[in-house]
Write a protein that binds this ligand. Sequence first.
Ligand SMILES: [Mg+2]
Length: 244
Amino acid sequence: MILFIFVPRKKKTEMKDRIKVVAFDADDTLWENQTYFDEAQLKFSRAVTGYADPEQAQNELYHTEIRNLDTLGYGVMAFTMSMIETALRVSGDTIPASRIHEIYNIGRELLKNPATPYPEVEDTLRTIAETMPYKLIVITKGNTTDQENKLERSGLTDFFSHIEIVPDKNEEAYGKIIDVLGIKAEELLMVGNSFKSDIAPVLKLGGYGVHIPAKSTWQHEVIEEFDHPNLFRISHFSELLDIL
Ligand SMILES: [Mg+2]
């Protein structure tokens, strides 16, 4: 006789009963973003040819971005200002205006990111929205207008009942969002590609995290990952349906 023993997946069942809100990061979780920045960095290094070698140009740019985080924050505008600042610095303020124009256009181009949803995103969101009791929201950082425009271009807006665009995604920011939503931390599940911004702070507050790594990750977003009972790791967006 064959005995089938059903072993309940406790973690999953408990979580499903508990969570009320499923929150999604936007860039590199719902659509591709970092690869556009990677390309922009390459174009930048070409625009400063003669003043810095490609590696030096990209290192200088990265350090400028990090120095400017406190005042400029994240997003295309901050990136563009940092490119211009870096070009002026590495050239000793001698770079021609035509090159600055070129750099400015690299930034402008980034605002046209098509924000085409990754495969499986739309169908998965639809299944969750139509068959599950959770409230779906977006939590993203960067420039408000740019993030709103991308969401609009993605065609995904209608799936979400709440959009939060915050200057940075840390424990404090998530704490405030939890308050605004009127829920407890353990009623929030956050889905995202950045372990540092989307996962670690939510786990620390007592919420749940689903990590989906992206093709490319900005070096500032890379941290040492850790295991946690409230953490799920998936590699395809539709695997969310196995967790929820
Ligand atoms: Mg992201």
